[in-house]
Design a protein. Structure first.
Length: 307
């Protein structure tokens, strides 16, 4: 019986992805062993841009479904695979198309800004898309003072604080993992690590973000930690980032803000799942109707137009 190891599977993935002309995307919340075989690692929208520019005709998204949909929207001519068919995003499912239609009737004349963490179907009804890194800049540039921001009320509350000149209507939604982080956990980690900088994602509750030394996207948090002269950091986002930063900066110390901030959907994908996808025996091909992709892309193009 052949005994497989992480290294032998990684080597086989690296060989097969070249042989089969496949570009591997790994979201930042994937495990380190998957990062090491990926062509690109990062946040969801940045990965979809990398995929669009890549030469490969097939793209494997090691992430969740809305991310694979975004890749398909930006690369409709490419074959797009999702590494695990059950990897969804609770936030992306929190508002349905009928619910958004009702919200638009309740707030007529409002510009609908949708977080990238949303379904393709929801994006077809929205005016502009935002990412955690671009939300403040995009909302500030909108001509309309009245904004309906969906679905993350925590990210929306953070944006509202940065752009008080806008009338931003929020709905009750968000990331369960980030929303589980409490102010009490902040106090505890500050006591344990008084010299550490607190870096948090804007999907966290307002009582958490207000105490942070830095608030930003996952990529922003990692870049801040890498470039900072500080030697210790409390990480307020998905806990895999602690491990990734330990690899990237072995001379620095990283501590999770919460031991429960884990994206179980991201953790569905294993290295063996990636292997089976590259072999052609696993994963799911993500397909979308042309008219849906075209309508969903309008809000993404609006984001790009606003910088």
């Amino acid at each position: 019986m052949i005994m497989y190891t992480t290294k032998t599977i990684q080597d086989e993935i690296l060989r097969l992805k070249k042989e089969n002309d496949i570009c591997i995307l790994a979201h930042a919340y994937q495990s380190q062993d998957i990062w090491e075989v990926a062509d690109y690692v990062g946040d969801s929208y940045g990965l979809s841009q990398k995929a669009a520019a890549a030469s490969q005709k097939t793209v494997l998204m090691c992430g969740v479904r809305f991310m694979a949909e975004t890749v398909k929207i930006l690369s409709p001519q490419k074959k797009v695979l999702l590494s695990h068919s059950q990897a969804g995003c609770p936030m992306a499912q929190q508002i349905s198309v009928p619910q958004l239609e009702e919200l638009k009737r309740r707030y007529p004349g409002y510009t609908v800004a949708v977080y990238i963490n949303s379904t393709c179907a929801l994006k077809t009804l929205c005016d502009v898309c935002v990412t955690s890194a671009s939300a403040v800049k995009i909302i500030r540039k909108l001509d309309n003072p009245n904004i309906l921001f969906i679905p993350d009320c925590n990210l929306g509350a953070w944006v509202t604080a940065q752009v008080p000149e806008k009338n931003i209507q929020l709905v009750n939604g968000g990331c369960p993992a980030h929303a589980s982080i409490t102010a009490e956990q902040v106090d505890k980690q500050r006591r344990l690590h008084p010299d550490a900088k607190l870096l948090v994602h804007p999907e966290c509750l307002p009582e958490v973000t207000k105490t942070a030394d830095y608030i930003g996207s996952t990529t922003g948090i990692m870049e801040y930690a890498k470039q900072s002269s500080s030697q210790a950091f409390i990480i307020g986002t998905e806990n895999s980032i602690v491990q990734h930063l330990q690899f990237a900066c072995p001379d620095k110390q990283f501590y999770p803000l919460s031991d429960t901030c884990i994206c179980t959907n991201m953790k569905l994908t294993t290295l063996m799942d990636v292997y089976h996808c590259i072999q052609g025996t696993g994963g799911e091909e993500v397909t979308l109707p042309d008219d849906v992709m075209n309508r969903a892309r309008r809000c993404i193009d609006a984001m790009l137009a606003l910088g």
